[in-house]
Write a protein that binds this ligand. Structure first.
Ligand SMILES: O=C(O)CCC(=O)C(=O)O
Ligand SMILES: [Fe+2]
Length: 202
């Protein structure tokens, strides 16, 4: 069941649903969480395999959840750490705003505009069919782009600190998304994507 404020429009013209909630955290709170997460998250550089090559990303990530869920992406499997107090608070807030339940969170730390995320969809088996993914942004504002896999139509939006974006329905099946690199941004950004892992592998 989804409880969405009636005022929210679907940003996608077809084949999925993306809702922008705007700022759900006042600036001071957003700053507070940014600083806490910088300190408390076990930030790691990922080793990903791209076109068969092992690459160490500049971007750092963290993987947290209600249990030690295993998550596989780009052929790397990681075991979740248990929620920190701040992550639990943010999860509760996002569940309240979206009316959905989430049991895990992937965090990304982009040190500057030199780091981004290339085109992908979040369609890992662990997320099940038509996953809902809630994305909270902290730190500097960055541009986020969605692109339809066949029509190539693009939807662009700015994600300011404290703002929430929800992707659900068939979005991951028909659209890819990216965080483009940019020379204009020198400040760091943290993004949290709350997800719901379906299969509990121990
Ligand atoms: O940083 C963002 O806004 C996007 C992150 C993302 O797409 C992901 O973690 O799968
Ligand atoms: Fe993503």
């Amino acid at each position: 069941m989804e409880i969405l404020p009636e005022s929210l429009n679907n940003l996608l013209p077809y084949d999925g649903e993306v809702y922008f909630f705007g700022k759900i955290l006042p600036s001071k709170k957003a700053d507070h969480y940014f600083n806490r997460l910088m300190e408390d998250i076990d930030w790691r550089q990922d080793e990903v395999i791209i076109f068969g090559k092992r690459i160490i990303t500049k971007r750092k990530t963290g993987w947290y959840g209600a249990e030690e869920f295993e998550y596989t992406y780009s052929r790397i499997t990681r075991k979740a750490k248990i929620w920190t107090p701040e992550l639990k608070e943010l999860k509760d807030l996002i569940e309240e705003k979206t009316g959905l339940k989430f049991n895990s969170c992937l965090l990304n730390l982009y040190h500057s505009g030199e780091e981004g995320m290339s085109w992908h969809s979040d369609a890992e088996a662990e997320l099940g069919k038509n996953p809902a993914i809630a994305s909270l942004s902290l730190g500097t504002t960055r541009k986020f782009v969605l692109k339809h896999k066949t029509s190539k139509e693009k939807i662009e939006l700015e994600l300011p600190p404290g703002s929430l974006l929800l992707m659900q329905g068939e979005t991951q099946k028909y659209w890819v998304h990216s965080l483009p690199k940019t020379k204009k941004v020198t400040e760091p950004r943290i993004n949290l994507t709350f997800r719901n892992i379906q299969k509990i592998k121990k």
